[in-house]
Design a protein around this ligand. Structure first.
Ligand SMILES: [Zn+2]
Ligand SMILES: [Zn+2]
Length: 139
């Protein structure tokens, strides 16, 4: 509730429910997944309301959007810069505990006049489940 108030957002049951679901879901859920969960608490809520709520949260910096797959946006409750491990098969996104380089550690030669503002490391590969599935089909 303080999170909403701190950002001058009206506290509504819908917003509280969306926020609670975001905190509970361990992975970086899609709007659809969040909608399915919120509906358990507020059966009358529409997908559109959930989607718009998420957009407002993004604008206010309560959540960030992760969309490295250029398909459906995934929502991330961790708004600090952090790295991701992404499974190329099941598209699971896992937070990676990794300290990024300081942006001022790039030399002018490396930057070609570019002004760096943000960096995001993404490591692609196979999650444990998908690796196991692969060995099963092979064996
Ligand atoms: Zn996977
Ligand atoms: Zn994340």
């Amino acid at each position: 509730m303080e999170k909403l108030r701190a950002r001058r957002l009206a506290v509504t049951p819908q917003r509280l429910a969306v926020l609670a679901v975001l905190q509970d879901l361990p992975d970086h859920p899609t709007a659809e997944k969040i909608y399915q969960e919120v509906r358990r608490q507020i059966p009358a809520i529409s997908f559109n309301t959930v989607y718009k709520t998420l957009e407002v949260f993004c604008q206010k910096g309560l959540v960030t959007k992760v969309n490295p797959l250029h398909e459906m946006a995934r929502y991330d409750k961790t708004t600090e810069e952090h790295a991701h491990l992404i499974c190329r098969v099941c598209h699971r996104i896992i937070d990676l505990d990794w300290q990024p380089l300081a942006l001022n550690s790039f030399t002018p030669e490396m930057l070609h006049g570019f002004l760096p503002e943000q960096q995001r490391l993404t490591v692609w590969g196979l999650c444990r489940d998908c690796q196991e599935r692969q060995t099963e089909t092979e064996g």
